[in-house]
Design a protein around this ligand. Structure first.
Ligand SMILES: [Zn+2]
Length: 396
């Protein structure tokens, strides 16, 4: 008979460390061109937010300004550019606020993310909460976690998007895939100090990622994406630098391992859905993927993520039969005129981190981290997205 002590210890731990899904709250206030005018586009955006948030189990402290504790949330205006500030924004616990909008981004950019800034004054405790949400060291070379209040994401107004729950047609870029990718940046992938401190030799050295990949994970030229073509369980990872039209990408175990490495508590088991072709439904098409990969090293058929394609995957799919997962809800959008697009397009991230350093040192607003990304065939020149913003007003 096993000792009950470890069990008791686990129970105490679970009581002391309650698990929380993270609510990624999408805000369309600053979408001045009306990119999100259709319900379908908002449905895909929120589906991506729910999918990612449900995989996270962190607890983020609320930012509740009161008395002399005050702050301004600063972020890159998702549609017009430049710094936007909101005085004394209230951010509920376990919630990250993401302002989204459409913007003309230039030929090869599909989307870009800018992490929010916090300009806080008052008690040291409040300032720390505004900057790190109780996550400990989030700034500098010793950063081991990330606790953002939020971010902004700009989506290209000229790309040919698929806003449908169904898989994209040839030539269309899958909005759900891009939204997932950008939300990954909002949570610190490529944009946090906890990420930067784990990059060496053009590879990501985070322990969970190395264990998942089998080696340090090669990065794109900018150091803030997996190198193009990086795969996890046989499929291209969501956080690769480029996305190809006509395909959907789901979050992979490797993408989640990176989030774990930068401090997020991740529920990896939530990734195993049985939806092998990422169309949002567990059905016969997924069994076909298993059959195609049967007893081969092709892990595209590995539904239960045990690194084998065998009867266990058939059973797993059967257990999840006709489950609706991922982005499949809401109605579709009427088709748009086709727009010529390069075969692949660059997804851009920009980390506006270092706000604590800014606050204390009064130094430059933006770290000016150059994001060079990967060149793709047919893509035009690629500019760093990190713009020098006007110096922000902040109290204290
Ligand atoms: Zn990206």
């Amino acid at each position: 008979m096993r000792s009950s002590l470890p069990v008791l210890g686990l129970v105490v731990f679970l009581i002391a460390q309650p698990c929380h899904a993270i609510t990624i709250q999408i805000d369309y206030t600053y979408d001045t061109p009306g990119f999100f005018a259709t319900q379908a586009s908002r449905d895909r955006m929120s589906a991506a937010a729910v999918t990612l948030g449900d995989l996270l189990e962190d607890h983020l402290d609320a930012i509740s300004p009161t008395g002399t504790d005050s702050w301004s949330a600063g972020f890159f205006h998702p549609s017009q550019g430049g710094l936007q500030t909101i005085p004394n924004l209230v951010v509920p616990e376990d919630t990250v606020i993401v302002y989204v909008g459409g913007r003309s981004l230039g030929g090869s950019k599909l989307a870009e993310t800018n992490v929010g800034l916090a300009f806080a004054s008052g008690s040291p405790e409040f300032q720390e909460t505004a900057n790190s949400r109780g996550q400990g060291v989030t700034v500098g070379a010793g950063a081991s976690d990330f606790g953002p209040w939020g971010a902004s994401i700009s989506f290209s107004t000229t790309a040919s998007w698929n806003f449908e729950a169904a898989l994209p047609a040839a030539g269309q870029y899958d909005f759900y895939s891009a939204a997932l990718h950008e939300l990954g940046h909002a949570l610190g992938f490529g944009t946090s100090d906890a990420w930067v401190t784990r990059v060496a030799n053009q590879a990501f050295q985070g322990a969970d990622s190395v264990a998942e990949f089998g080696a340090p994970v090669p990065l794109s030229a900018g150091g803030d994406h997996w190198a193009s073509g990086t795969t996890s369980f046989g499929s291209q990872a969501a956080m690769n630098a480029t996305i190809v039209s006509g395909l959907r990408r789901a979050l992979s175990p490797l993408d989640l391992a990176a989030l774990s490495d930068i401090g997020w508590q991740v529920d990896v088991s939530g990734l195993s859905t049985g939806d092998l072709n990422f169309d949002g439904l567990v059905d016969i098409s997924d069994l076909v993927k298993v059959a195609d990969a049967w007893l081969t090293p092709n892990l595209q058929g590995d539904a239960n993520h045990d690194r084998r394609v065998d009867i266990g995957d058939v059973t797993f799919i059967a257990e999840n039969w006709l489950n609706v997962v991922g982005p499949r809800q809401g109605s579709g959008l009427s088709s748009q005129p086709a727009v010529p697009e390069p075969s692949a397009i660059v997804l851009v991230a920009c980390g506006l981190v270092g706000s604590l350093a800014f606050y204390h040192r009064g130094a430059g607003f933006c770290r000016k981290r150059r994001v060079t990304g990967a060149r793709v065939p047919g893509a035009k020149h690629f500019e760093p997205c990190c713009q020098v913003l006007p110096r922000a007003d902040h109290k204290g």
